[in-house]
Design a protein. Structure first.
Length: 362
């Protein structure tokens, strides 16, 4: 068999190395230092705003609009699946209604973020654009789990939206027909002459041909219609780094007793971090046939891990069958450790050594 090094399965790289005689099959399994699927679905928490008033969401957040880069800001819009009348004159009543809908909706919206949604509507004392903080240039607005509605606030209040395929708080479409929505507003987001709490109240319509989202006639305020809800400003976190790995040698020949050999496994981060990054290094003895570090069950030790960072022959603080927490240093993109193949005079067949490196939670 010729020495081979190969990478397998996109997203879960594997390096295999056969030494010449006897053979030790070294398999460093590497999970990319990016959020795993469960972490990506975790709802963000909106308890502390960034300096610009936005709230950070994970790069792989389920409701992040497709294609948005790290540090991009955006907002989410939905139409409530439930209805109510437009009799109250206090905007807080309507805000509470849409917040309740947001918190009962898509699982990627936490209660703390749901509590920050506001109704896109006007009373006699509050304009919709002030209630939702949509003055100035602003951010792009997307339907929750849907297409982009507007490029910015000016586009949002120009009388037409880029997409009128509405979504509710679950992120699903409501109807193939036009949907009437309470607004109490003019097209530009200011209060109309028939605001919320008036005997007849301005409505918008979405989802039909020729409809105008914010001002499309009036209805008696005693009727029950849906409401628009607009999120706070979200900001996409920076894309997490990914790793590539390679070996400094393509093969190793195990020596006799006292003739230890080693190979360096380099791991390279796609971009540096200013702060250290936690991860786990695991010795997978359940999957290994080679004996790790110490003689066990009459078998001589076959391999060890040393020198995690500086290639200085320091034994890695790892234990058989366990994971240890380590920190990738800040402002670095290339690190390495050494896997030592321990020589002995015992006749052995081909064996495997498995090491796993994966992202630490938190």
């Amino acid at each position: 068999m010729y020495p081979v090094a190969r990478r397998m399965r996109r997203g879960l790289p594997r390096i295999a190395v056969w030494d010449l005689f006897p053979a030790l099959f070294i398999v460093p399994w590497l999970a990319l230092l990016a959020p795993n699927a469960a972490e990506a679905q975790t709802a963000p928490v909106c308890t502390s705003a960034n300096d610009d008033g936005s709230y950070t969401v994970p790069f792989n957040w389920a409701l992040k609009p497709s294609g948005l880069a790290g540090n991009t800001k955006f907002r989410l819009l939905f139409v409530t699946s439930t209805r109510r009348n437009a009799v109250p004159t206090n905007i807080a009543t309507y805000n509470t209604f849409v917040q309740t809908s947001a918190k009962a909706g898509h699982s990627a919206i936490s209660d703390s973020c749901g509590n920050l949604f506001k109704m896109l509507g006007s009373t006699s004392t509050v304009d919709a654009r002030d209630n939702t903080l949509t003055t100035g240039t602003g951010e792009a607005i997307y339907w929750l789990n849907g297409a982009k509605a507007a490029d910015n606030y000016a586009d949002f209040y120009d009388g037409s939206w880029d997409s009128q395929v509405e979504r509710n708080e679950q992120g699903t479409t409501i109807s193939s027909f036009a949907v009437a929505v309470w607004t109490g507003s003019n097209t530009n987001g200011t209060k109309s002459s028939q605001p919320l709490g008036h005997g007849s109240t301005s409505v918008g319509a979405v989802g039909g041909s020729g409809t105008v989202p914010l001002s499309f006639g009036t209805r008696l305020s005693s009727m029950t219609l849906r409401l628009y809800a607009l999120s706070p400003i979200f900001k996409v976190e920076q894309q997490p780094p990914t790793l590539s790995i390679d070996l400094s040698q393509a093969s190793i020949t195990e020596g006799d007793s006292g003739q230890d050999r080693s190979t360096v496994i380099n791991y390279r981060m796609s971009k540096g971090h200013s702060a250290q990054f936690p991860f786990l290094a695991c010795v997978d003895t359940a999957s290994s046939t080679a004996t790790f570090r110490t003689t066990s069950g009459g078998k001589a030790a076959d391999w060890n891990l040393v020198t995690f960072v500086n290639y200085d022959n320091v034994v890695l603080n790892a234990e058989s069958g366990k994971c240890r927490l380590y920190n990738y240093p800040g402002n670095t993109t290339n690190q390495k450790y050494r896997l030592s193949v321990l020589g002995d005079t015992t006749a052995e067949g081909n064996e495997t050594a498995v090491v796993t490196i994966k992202r630490a939670s938190g």
